[in-house]
Every structure is written in structure tokens, then in C-alpha cells.
Design a protein around this ligand. Structure first.
Ligand code: AMP
Length: 457
């Protein structure tokens, strides 16, 4: 998963892009980059690491100009090599092109092979570079025309910011898998994966870029923006997992507040999967907090922060030579032992993937003297990998793909386990946003043909 941010017409474009990326850090922690433009020349910096560590003030000062796009990376396609960091900046016969991409193309490897046979030399293993090669081959000087011709050949998920010396373009794939929003900062257009980036800098949220929409900003004139829909219209398939886990709870995604949606999912979960007689509802922090609040309200069971999360996790940990059991989870999540002793608890989390976190956490809760653990998950069982930009393990590693709910309950050591139904999830999300979600990770219904092919190989 990744984040993208971009803006035009601001003398502090690269600094603001840095701030925007900082607000979107949760979408990707591997590396970050910015491309700005001044007097039609591009300036770029990208490095591995967190946004706050990647850019120093001195380095940002070397990214001049009034227009910039930026990216934070969390590798799903192409691996975590430094060459895959974005924005990509490549030179073509028509001039330079910079691209920042959130999402995964499902036919990238086929296109990459074909392009290599025709003589393309790739600098990276990332799917995004395919788009630039396809653009270059059109020989089309108009950025929007080259981009439209390239995108007509790709399949899958893309929310993109594309810039050349004359224009900045924001475009979202026709399914609208990944979010992309537009706002105004001091009257000038600004684009981001999520609205929380706008809040930080006082930009005003205007609207979503619609699925299949391309918005073009002329860097010189800036207004009016041009918008058009160059692709065949198809039913939107917005990623429901953005609401469940991925997006920041203070964002608006697909037109709905993430916080309110997660709370409503918790309420629905309490109706579908009650746990009568429990003393308290405790979340797995941070992502389980909002559904747990909703569960507690609906079930009228007190909400308590019974598990404390450490926010000071570095990248690597020095373990003592005598291995500590469940070291990783203990570093991150710790039950409040005296307080929980003898209690019957409902533990709420947003998802169960491999089951490793829950298994270890439940063991810690037992060690802390908890009498009963009733695990409730505010999403359906995760049974299928995502090919549209969420980092999921292979199908084999997904616990729910080959185990029944009772087998999972037994494996993780809970007294009871209850998931939200797919129907309940979609009802809640459709009440909050417009309809049309991708739920392939839960249902296996992939909206694109290539994803099926990937699954069967
Ligand atoms: P697991 O231990 O594999 O079952 O992971 C479950 C935990 O991972 C839950 O607490 C989720 O909030 C979190 N989670 C779910 N999906 C992802 C993802 N794509 N990337 C990182 N964490 C995730």
C-alpha cells in the first residue's frame, strides 16, 4: 500500500508535500520521495525510511518550485529495493515524466515481459514503471493523451499523480479501488490519498476524484481544471478494507468518515456476535479501538483499554540471547495485568490474518489472569489475497482460507470467536458511502480477470 500527495501553485510546494506525506505515513513506511518542478525542470529526492527521517530542511530546500508530487511506499508489487521507491522520474523523447502510484496493476508482469521483448530496459521491478514505458511509446506530446493510451492497456488498481513540465494530472482507475481526494489550499488544487493530509495544512476538502476520472491542471494557468472520463464506465469497486483497517480514522474515505464507519462496524458486530456476561470490551490497539467503542456502546458492556500499545517500536530489536517467548508481540502490546485478573473480556480487533498476533496476545491475557477471552473481529474471515494494493500473505498463510471458525478459535486459544458477516460489513459501509465495494479478500470475488489468473498460478 502507498500514499500519494501533490499540489500546484504554492511557493512552499515541496515542504507542504513533505507534510502531506507525513500525515499519510500509515499507508507506507518503507521509503518516501518528492519530485518538484521549477522553471520546467524536475528536482527529485527519494530514500528509504520514514518521511520525518528521509527529508532534512536542507534537502527540501533543494526541491524548488511551486508544484510537487510525493509518495510513501509500502511494497506490494516489485519488492522493497531502493530502485522501486517513488515518484518515478524518467526522461522520454517528449520530456520528463514523474509518476506517483497507489495500487497494484494486475497485468504488469505480462506487459513488462512484452515491453522488454520490444527493447524496453526497466530501472526497477515495480509495476508503476510499466505505465511510463507505455506512455513513452505513444510518442504523444500531450501528457493526458499519452497517459490515457497507456492506462487503456493496464488492468488493476491505480490512483495516480502524474506530472511533466506543463501539467499535473490526477487519475483513478475505473473501479476506483484506492482512494484519491481533491481539495484547495489557498485556492489552489491539492490532491491526496486521504483527507487527513488536508487537515494538517488547513486545506479544504472538495471532493473525491471519481472512479475513472482524470483531472488535469495546467501548471502555468492552473485554472480552470479540466476533468474527463476517458475509460468505459464500469461499476465501482472501492476497497472495503480501507474502511476496515487501512485508512486513518480521522480521514474521510469514499465519502464517509472512517471513524464513524468503524464504530458502526463494531455496533453491527455486537448485534451479530454478542458476548453476554462479559465484564468489559477491550480493543487491540490501535486499529481495533473504534470498532470496540461501537461494540461496547451497542452491547452496553464497559469499554476499557485493557491492552497497552508501545508507540516506540524501532525497525530492529536487539533480543537477549535467551529467547523471550512472543517477544515481538510483547514489545508492542501488553495487557494491564492486575486490572484484568479474573475478568471475562471481549477483545475486539479489525482483522485476523495469519492469527499470530491473536494467538500470542490471548496467551498473554491468560498469563495476566483473564478468566475468559471472547475474540470479536469487525470484518469477515480474510480468506483470499489482495491483488489491488493491500499487502496480504499468500492464500496458504491466511488462516481462514483452510480452517473453520472453530478450528481458528481452537488454534488461537479463545473461549469464543465471532466475525462480522460480509452482508453486515457491506450494509454498514454502503450506508455510509456510495455502494460498490471490492471485497475480494473476504469473498474471493475479484473484479478483474488478471487477478483470477494470478490466483491460479
Ligand atoms: P495476524 O497476526 O497475521 O493475524 O495479523 C492481524 C493484525 O494485523 C490485526 O491486528 C490487524 O489490525 C493487522 N493487519 C491486518 N491487515 C494488515 C496489513 N495488510 N498490514 C499490516 N497489518 C495488518
Amino acid at each position: 500500500m502507498c500514499a500519494i500527495f501533490g499540489l500546484v501553485g504554492n511557493p512552499e510546494a515541496s515542504k507542504l508535500t513533505y507534510l502531506g506525506l507525513h500525515a499519510l505515513q500509515h499507508r507506507g513506511q518503507e521509503g518516501a520521495g518528492i519530485v518538484s518542478t521549477h522553471q520546467q525542470r524536475p528536482y527529485a529526492l527519494k530514500k528509504r525510511g520514514l518521511v520525518g527521517d528521509v527529508f532534512s530542511s536542507a534537502e527540501l530546500a533543494e526541491l524548488p518550485g511551486h508544484h510537487a508530487i510525493g509518495h510513501t511506499r509500502y511494497s506490494t508489487a516489485g519488492g522493497d529495493a531502493a530502485c522501486n521507491l517513488q515518484p518515478f522520474l524518467l526522461r522520454t523523447a517528449q520530456g520528463w515524466i514523474a509518476v506517483a502510484h497507489n495500487g497494484n496493476l494486475t497485468n504488469a508482469s505480462v506487459l513488462m515481459r512484452r515491453l522488454e521483448q520490444m527493447g524496453s530496459i526497466f530501472q526497477s521491478t515495480a509495476d508503476t514503471e510499466v505505465i511510463i514505458h507505455l506512455m513513452a511509446r505513444t510518442g504523444e506530446p500531450q501528457l493526458e493523451k499519452a497517459l490515457t493510451a497507456a492506462l487503456a492497456q493496464v488492468e488493476g488498481a491505480y490512483s495516480l499523480l502524474v506530472m511533466d513540465q506543463n501539467k499535473l494530472i490526477a487519475v483513478r482507475d475505473p473501479h476506483g479501488f484506492r482512494p484519491l481526494v481533491m481539495g484547495r489550499l489557498q485556492g489552489k488544487p491539492v490532491f491526496a490519498s486521504e483527507t487527513t493530509a488536508f487537515d494538517l495544512m488547513g486545506a479544504k476538502y472538495e471532493r473525491e476524484i471519481a472512479p475513472g476520472e482524470m483531472v488535469i491542471v495546467d501548471l502555468k494557468e492552473q485554472e480552470p481544471l479540466r476533468s474527463f472520463f476517458p475509460f468505459h464506465a464500469i461499476a465501482p469497486r472501492k476497497c472495503v478494507f480501507e474502511h476496515v483497517y487501512f485508512a486513518r480514522p480521522d480521514s474521510h474515505v469514499f465519502g464517509a468518515g472512517v471513524y464513524e464507519t468503524r464504530k458502526a462496524l463494531g455496533k453491527q458486530l455486537a448485534q451479530e456476535q454478542p458476548a453476554s456476561g462479559a465484564d468489559m470490551v477491550i480493543p487491540v490497539p490501535d486499529s481495533g479501538v473504534y470498532a470496540a467503542i461501537g461494540y461496547s456502546e451497542a452491547a452496553q458492556i464497559p469499554f476499557e483499554m485493557g491492552i497497552i500499545r508501545s508507540h516506540y517500536m524501532g525497525r530492529t530489536f536487539i533480543e537477549p540471547s535467551q529467547t523471550i517467548r512472543d517477544f515481538g508481540v510483547k514489545l508492542k502490546l501488553n495487557p494491564v495485568s492486575g486490572f484484568l485478573h479474573g475478568k471475562k473480556v471481549v477483545v475486539v480487533d479489525d482483522s485476523l490474518v495469519r492469527g499470530t498476533t491473536s494467538k500470542k496476545l490471548i496467551r498473554h491475557l491468560r498469563d495476566a489472569g483473564v478468566a475468559e477471552v471472547h475474540l470479536r473481529i469487525s470484518a469477515p474471515p480474510t480468506k483470499h489475497p489482495c491483488f489491488y494494493g493491500i499487502d496480504t500473505p499468500t492464500q496458504k498463510e491466511l488462516l481462514a482460507s483452510h480452517q473453520t471458525i472453530d478450528q481458528i478459535r481452537n488454534y488461537i486459544g479463545a473461549d469464543s470467536l465471532g466475525y462480522l458477516s460480509l452482508k453486515g460489513l457491506l450494509e454498514v459501509c454502503s450506508r455510509k458511502s456510495e455502494e460498490g465495494f471490492c471485497h475480494a479478500c473476504f469473498s474471493g470475488e475479484y473484479p478483474t480477470v488478471q487477478a483470477h489468473a494470478a490466483l491460479s498460478t
